[in-house]
Design a protein. Structure first.
Length: 259
């Protein structure tokens, strides 16, 4: 094989593996041990107490301890920005935390940021976000009426699905965000968010359309949650919009009952 063919094949392989964007001018070895990071200046990041043995717990336990030590959304955002246990943060351009109104009483939870969200640092600003905005506008809701976030706050390279390990690492931060926001209702967008929060193995087709109660660590009362299709799925499968519309009407009715 000549050099040109070999290089083209290597490039094609990288694309297949999801490396579809140049992130920097020079290559960076993401598997190399990171140099000791300087202490961040502000805002103050709550630090969980070091274990007596001095040995760092695994990343999932660190995530849980770090999240539990946060007492405001600003602290949680700062803790996530400083968390080095999830390799997705190394390939993402921006942390995508949340957008909208934390006091609105309604919280929407999607899957993970895509390319546009990663570039801008806000959830649901790309094509599926635009469809979601139109759908919610049809029941009279804009971003003042809800807070929107994702299960995973960093874009997985090439928009691949997050792994179970990545979901487990990020879940304590999402649970903490919900506990801090204390929404009255949750809308879960797509199978990944629905499964992560509702548990079990049922797919979104079975889960959607029925209100269920979710127990969140740190909250005394469970929160009513409705799962529906992810807007990216609706872009690919317009026939599913009828069910999604039924879910939106169910949400609208529930919101009216809360008023
Ligand atoms: N899809 C998601 O699940 N979240 C986003 O923020 C964008 C697309």
């Amino acid at each position: 094989m000549d050099l040109r063919t070999a290089l083209t094949a290597a490039l094609r392989l990288q694309l297949e593996w999801g490396a579809d964007e140049a992130l920097a001018e020079t290559p960076h070895d993401h598997f190399a041990p990171s140099p000791a990071a300087p202490e961040p200046a502000s805002p103050a990041i709550p630090r969980p107490a070091a274990p007596a043995s001095g040995v760092l717990p695994p990343a999932a336990a660190r995530a849980a301890a770090l999240a539990a030590a946060c007492h405001s959304l600003d602290e949680l955002r700062a803790a996530l920005a400083a968390f080095d246990g999830c390799s997705l943060s190394e390939t993402a351009t921006n942390l995508v935390f949340n957008d909208g109104n934390p006091a609105a009483g309604l919280m929407l939870i999607g899957e993970a940021p895509g390319a546009e969200e990663d570039r801008i640092g806000k959830p649901f600003v790309g094509p599926s976000g635009q469809l979601l905005d139109r759908m919610l506008a049809s029941i009279g809701l804009d971003r003042d009426h809800y807070l929107i976030t994702n299960l995973i706050p960093w874009r997985p390279p090439g928009n691949r699905s997050p792994t179970d390990a990545e979901v487990m690492l990020c879940l304590p931060f999402l649970h903490r965000q919900i506990a801090l926001v204390r929404p009255k209702l949750l809308l879960l967008l797509g199978g990944l968010a629905a499964k992560a929060l509702l548990g079990g193995s049922a797919g979104i087709t079975r889960l959607r359309g029925t209100w269920r109660e979710i127990e969140i660590p740190g909250l005394l009362a469970p929160i009513p949650a409705l799962a529906t299709y992810h807007p990216a799925y609706l872009l690919r499968t317009p026939g599913a919009k009828r069910d999604a519309w039924a879910d939106l009407l169910s949400l609208r009715r529930r919101l009216e009952r809360q008023d």
